[in-house]
Each structure stands twice: as structure tokens, then as C-alpha cells.
Design a protein around this ligand. Structure first.
Ligand code: PRP
Length: 190
């Protein structure tokens, strides 16, 4: 996942909590309420960006009103691989399974760091003539942008730390943590 500095991984312990499950749930509820308000009863296609947004996409979908026509799709992109720093090249590894033409699309991203991934996806999906195209992001590092990118829904502003958990990884580890944590800070395993 997106990193800002070389993570100083010390042996033992687990990454320390930055935003706990309750803070994540509050942010998800706010995001879903804002999306539902703007949809005004219209159908929506959520496009989760794997792998990082797998839990967020599931939680946003379940927080939308039951009466909403919600479709869920995924893309897989990679710009970091197993590196702490972006290669600057975004690769589409898996496309959507359904057409987005004429749909109300919301891109669901776990984090926006330098902005290259979201900008790439907005360009890719925007060219396919969706009715509307919005972007929903749980964590934003607005001070890290290399390219300007519009974010319609932002959950939390992230500090300049390497963040793992709730879908975010370091070398594919830690995605399973039910909270967001700072990789650099370690606490005794519970
Ligand atoms: C991460 C994250 C975003 C992207 C954001 O994906 O999930 O998609 O980086 O970074 P950017 O704004 O600097 O482009 P990553 O490439 O690490 O893949 P992953 O989601 O599978 O962990």
C-alpha cells in the first residue's frame, strides 16, 4: 500500500491503532449517508478498487438504504506492488464485469495518496460514459498529491504515516486487521 516513508519494521508486536473499528464505522456511515443523499433514490454501481477497498466496499454497500438499487463491481489496479513507494505506473489487472455506460458510478477507494491511481480510474471509467461518476475515499492524504484529483466523499484525513489494516497492506500483510494502524509503531500482540 501507499507509503510515505520507509517503514521501520521492528520485530515483534503488531502495528498500533490509528483509527479503531468504531471510528471506521462512523466514517463509513457518514460516507454512505452522503452518497445516498446525492443519489436521491437513483440506482448506484459501486466499483471497489482491489485489493485495498474490499472491506470498505462491502461496508459502504451494506450502509446504503435497503431500498436503493445497489450494484457492486470491482477493478484491480496496482501501482505499488510490494514496494513502499509508487512506481508511478498504474496497471489495470482486472476490469469491471458489467458496463458502466449510463450508470451512476461511485469509485470506492481505501486511500488516496499521490492521486495517480484514482486519476487513472476516473479517466478510464469516465471515458465509458457513465451517467455520473463520483469517488468515495476512506483515507485521504491531500498533502501528498502528485496529480490533482477530485474526491467527492472523504472519510478521514490520514497522517503522514504508513497505514495498514482494514484492507491496506504492507507486502500483502495486515489487510485483515479490523482497524487502521501505523506500521511504524508497534505494540504487544493482543
Ligand atoms: C493502493 C491503494 C490505492 C492506491 C493509492 O493500492 O489501495 O488504490 O494505492 O495510492 P496513490 O494515490 O498514491 O495512487 P496498491 O497499489 O497498494 O494495491 P492494493 O490495493 O492491492 O494494496
Amino acid at each position: 500500500m501507499a507509503g510515505t516513508s520507509n517503514p521501520d519494521v521492528t520485530p515483534g508486536g503488531v502495528p498500533a491503532i490509528l483509527f479503531d473499528a468504531s471510528a471506521i464505522a462512523d466514517a463509513v456511515a457518514r460516507l454512505a449517508a452522503a452518497i445516498a443523499r446525492d443519489l436521491a433514490g437513483e440506482p448506484v454501481t459501486l466499483i471497489g478498487v482491489l485489493k485495498g477497498a474490499l472491506f470498505l466496499t462491502a461496508d459502504i454497500a451494506r450502509a446504503l438504504p435497503a431500498k436503493t438499487d445497489v450494484r457492486i463491481d470491482f477493478v484491480t489496479v496496482s501501482s505499488y506492488g510490494n514496494a513502499a513507494f509508487s512506481s508511478g505506473e498504474v496497471r489495470l489487472l482486472k476490469d469491471t464485469t458489467e458496463s458502466v455506460e449510463g450508470k451512476n458510478v461511485v469509485i470506492v477507494e481505501d486511500i488516496v495518496d499521490n492521486g495517480l491511481t484514482l486519476a487513472y480510474l476516473q479517466g478510464l471509467l469516465g471515458a465509458r460514459r457513465p451517467a455520473t461518476l463520483r469517488s468515495c475515499v476512506l483515507l485521504d492524504k491531500p498533502y501528498r498529491r502528485l496529480t490533482p484529483v477530485a474526491v467527492d466523499y472523504t472519510g478521514l484525513t490520514a497522517p503522514d504515516a504508513f497505514i495498514v489494516g482494514y484492507g491496506l497492506d504492507y507486502q500483502e500483510k495486515y489487510r485483515h486487521l479490523p482497524y487502521l494502524a501505523r506500521l511504524e509503531d508497534r505494540v504487544s500482540a493482543g
